[in-house]
Design a binder for this molecule. Structure first.
Ligand code: HEM
Length: 258
């Protein structure tokens, strides 16, 4: 082997050993430095304590973090919304998910990230908020607390929330199907003529190939009937559906008393 080749081989070995050594050092660093934890599939993610997150509240520096449903976002680039004195400073340094629905920017209770009692529509709004933060900002970790534990595992609370979300999706789909079967009618009121109800192929914002006739739909749990359009050719069971007084059975438009 010539002296030149030996030097080249030596250089390659040095590069290889340095990479290997750097990786070892990195993993020792990761193990003994505070935060990164392995969550799933080897993905490292930082688990914040509540105390640690509270440092990034826009009052002690330029870096601003907040959490939504347990996920921590760096919202520094939106500091016009979040810095001290800015309208949404409340959300910083904590998980204040509940106030994203209630608008109660003074809630410092332990329930400020409690959402399981909210209505399905509100839960969907919260999920949309979380998506908005994911799209606009970087997700930098998770919060040890209601949604994740200190090694980054989902808590039973988060599991319950997943179950609720699934139930809400089923509920939404059922409501959508019901709306296709019973689209809302149009309603107008004038002092002169009273209340007019009528159906069209697009009433209730539901496009269809039939017009239908207006009927009152009584739903358990709702105190007033709703005006819906019924397709007489396909509806056989009339159940909780009633005709309007003074309205012909097959009329698509009527003046009624409500
Ligand atoms: C429940 C009530 C409300 C909540 C929880 C809420 C929450 C928020 C949050 C978190 C942001 C910052 C989003 C980001 O980082 O990009 C924001 C932005 C904003 N909000 Fe609200 N907000 C509420 C009500 C309102 C109301 C009533 C108005 C108007 C009268 C309003 C007007 C705005 C505007 C103009 C922005 C800035 C949008 C932008 O720059 O992209 N918000 N809101």
């Amino acid at each position: 082997m010539t002296g030149h080749r030996a030097k080249l081989l030596f250089a390659i070995v040095i590069v290889f050993v340095s990479f290997w050594f750097k990786n070892i050092l990195q993993s020792v660093w990761d193990t003994y430095t505070e935060f990164p934890k392995v969550i799933t599939n080897g993905t490292r993610i930082k688990v914040f304590t509540q105390e640690e997150l509270s440092q990034y509240n826009g009052n002690n520096g330029n870096i601003v973090y907040l959490a939504v449903l347990g996920k921590v976002f760096d919202v520094t680039k939106g500091s016009q919304h979040y810095a001290k004195g800015s309208p949404y400073n409340y959300f910083t340094g904590k998980d204040g998910s509940r106030a994203l629905i209630t608008g109660d920017f003074y809630d410092e209770s332990k329930n400020k990230d409690h959402v399981l009692d909210l209505k399905c529509g509100d839960i969907f709004t919260l999920l949309r908020w979380q998506e908005t933060f994911k799209e606009k900002y970087s997700e930098i970790g998770i919060l040890d607390g209601r949604y994740y534990d200190n090694i980054g595992h989902e808590t039973s609370y988060l599991k319950e929330l997943h179950i609720k979300i699934d139930q809400c999706k089923v509920e939404k789909e059922t409501a959508r199907k019901k709306e296709l079967e019973y689209p809302p009618c149009n309603i107008a009121w004038s002092a002169e003529d009273g209340t007019k109800v009528w159906c069209t192929k697009t009433s209730g914002g539901i496009s269809r190939n039939w017009v239908g006739v207006p009927r009152q739909l009584f739903t358990p749990g709702e105190d007033k009937p709703r005006c819906v359009c019924i397709n007489l050719e396909t509806i056989h069971t009339q159940g909780l559906i009633k005709e309007y007084k003074n309205c012909q059975s097959e009329a698509t438009s009527c003046f009624v008393q409500i």
